[in-house]
Design a protein around this ligand. Structure first.
Ligand code: ARG
Length: 574
């Protein structure tokens, strides 16, 4: 069947081909002046040397849209405006209503998709950048899985490298029991900062740390045991954050930097064999094409430092080779902040030059901006340090608890706790996902928890309100096959929004621009509010009543599904 956009697109594509003599994308989109418009006549006319309005008229005649459109016109320089027949909208809405996937079929050919996200660093507090990565990555996982792809989650934990020398020495200094106690309550900052302070202040400690790194890299069993302890305690803390955040990451998804240790030498050997390795100032480097520094000199990706050690880039090369060749993925997503954009561009180019990354496989850096505080600077705690993420999440839930108690004092305590969690955590996620991810966003509890505006609570409340219509009317939710009738303008607007869901999901799964899904849900909720103001539902006569209940049901399911793709729960009552 398809969405109205797809149906009109198909029809017009044929018409364009007849008129123009070659395939043309009709560029159908929602319109301010009609239901849909096509702007493609302008470009075609230019190529043909004809008047755009004449081309538009010829296309419209060839398309014979009578069965679909009740009105068509050519406007302005040559836009084709189309208004659908109400019966067509009703029929399409009914078909979507009867589909538990809301018109979004699983993809015909599932891909293996690796999503690299979250990736905090062991024995160090997660910062708001890791929070963003976790939230955006989780949404990427959900939408990709929902479309039927095979998704492999990779939490590329920073669990290896020089800082471990100092961390292990500090652990030995304070004793294992004390260290474990500090780390298990999530006091990662205290632990890390103390180690760092000693490292910076004492040459003796610095020297011990250096020797410890050598032992660690040399596979010394006693050192490895201490390292494992540090990693295990941190993982436990990170899992706590993930559980409160309600994201899909589990322990099995932790495949940290250390997991690639055994591959590093062979990656370098392969790069060497391919002739991609060059020695520069004692280090082994690759110089991926197209990257130059400020001085115009080619930029190196250092794969083996002059002291023989491997670094961040080497690990990422091993990881990308593993994901493409061993795991057989055809789509790689790296959800990491914008400061690492160039790093990933260089890693991808190197992987291409090595032949690991080749079509149809593709790799994309899903970058994002910073989280700012009210002062416009990167978000910090009142004391000026890194914010403890669990505290941030707890505060959101606390505030939501108060807001819910005020809004609905009748709600029983059990439901209230559940709703408060959905609202508090949902608010944080939505504030993040509803802004263009490339932009910085300001962390503002009051705004994100408001029941008005483009927020999670607003959408969750809109959803719960629709569910309450069914409760009040004693009607079982779900679509019973009633014909959907589109009469009132508000019904038409609502139907058009509902029918746009599949196209939005398709676009977002490609670009991972979740603000487009968020904006869509907001527009849908707004269209529903107008509909509900103008069109009585429970009090309407049949067959209107059933038809409107079907629209209510479909709206509720679309809101819940859409929020679900963003990782946000939609309680039935709040
Ligand atoms: N641990 C890194 C950091 O905190 C992020 C790792 C991102 N993933 C990757 N494959 N490099 O900045």
């Amino acid at each position: 069947m398809g969405t109205p956009e797809q149906i009109l697109s198909d029809r017009l594509a044929h018409a364009f081909e007849t008129v123009v003599g070659e395939p043309v994308d009709p560029l159908v989109q929602r319109s301010q002046f009609a239901d849909y418009q096509s702007n493609a006549a302008l470009g075609s006319a230019k190529r043909l040397g004809r008047k755009p309005r004449d081309v538009a008229a010829a296309v419209l005649a060839a398309a014979a849209l009578d069965d679909l459109a009740e009105h068509t016109e050519i406007s302005g320089p040559g836009f084709i405006n189309m208004t659908l027949r109400p019966q067509v909208l009703g029929r399409l809405a009914g078909a979507v209503g009867a589909d538990d996937r809301l018109g979004v079929p699983p993809v015909p050919v599932p891909e293996t998709v690796v999503v690299d996200y979250s990736a905090p660093n062991t024995a160090k507090e997660m910062h708001v950048g890791h929070l963003r990565s976790t939230i955006i990555g989780d949404a990427a996982v959900r939408i990709t899985e929902w479309l039927g792809h095979r998704v492999i989650k990779r939490n590329h934990l920073g669990d290896w490298g020089t800082p471990f020398g100092m961390l292990i020495e500090h652990l030995l200094d304070i004793g294992e029991t004390e260290a474990a106690a500090e780390l298990s309550v999530g006091d990662l900052n205290t632990f890390y900062t103390a180690a760092r302070r000693k490292f910076d202040g004492s040459d003796e400690f610095k020297e011990r740390s250096r020797r410890r790194v050598v032992l660690l890299q040399g596979g010394d069993e006693a050192t490895l045991r201490l390292w494992r302890l540090l990693v295990a305690e941190s993982k436990q803390y990170f899992m706590k954050v993930y559980d409160s955040l309600d994201v899909r990451l589990v322990e099995a998804d932790f495949v940290g930097e250390s997991a690639y240790n055994d591959e590093l030498a062979s990656v370098i050997a392969e790069l060497d064999r391919l002739g991609l390795l060059r020695r520069s100032e004692g280090a082994d480097c690759v110089f991926p094409a197209g990257f130059t520094g400020r001085d115009g000199e080619p930029l190196p990706l250092i794969v083996r430092k002059s002291d023989g050690g491997y670094g961040y880039a080497t690990t990422d090369l091993a990881a990308i080779r593993d994901r493409l060749t061993t795991l057989g993925a055809t789509r790689l997503l790296y959800v990491v902040g914008m400061p690492q954009q160039q790093h990933f561009a260089m890693v991808f180019t190197t992987a291409r030059e090595a032949g690991w990354l080749a079509p149809p496989a593709r790799a994309t850096h899903i970058g994002f901006g910073s989280v700012l505080g009210a002062d416009g600077k990167v978000l910090r705690s009142r004391a000026g340090g890194t914010i403890k993420l669990v505290d941030l999440l707890d505060e959101a839930v606390d505030r939501a608890t108060r807001a819910i108690a005020e809004k609905n004092p009748e709600l029983d305590a059990g439901s209230r706790a559940e709703v408060a969690r959905a609202v508090g955590i949902g608010a944080i996620k939505y504030a993040d996902l509803s802004t263009d991810r490339l932009r910085d966003y300001t962390f503002d509890f009051d705004r994100m928890l408001s029941f008005e505006g483009n927020t999670a609570p607003y959408l969750q409340y809109a959803h719960a309100r629709i569910r309450s219509i069914f409760r009040r009317g004693g009607v079982t939710p779900g679509y019973d096959g009633t014909p959907v009738q589109i009469g009132e303008p508000a019904e038409r607007v609502l139907a058009l929004e509902l029918l746009a869901f599949p196209d939005i999901v398709a676009a977002v799964s490609e670009t991972m621009e979740f603000h487009r899904l968020a904006n869509y849900l907001y527009a849908l909720a707004t269209a529903f509010t107008t509909f509900y103001e103008r069109c009585p539902v429970l009090k309407a006569e049949e067959p209107s009543r059933s038809s409107r209940l079907a629209l209510c049901d479909l709206t509720a399911r679309t809101l819940a599904t859409g929020l679900g793709l963003l990782g946000i729960a939609a309680p039935h009552q709040m």
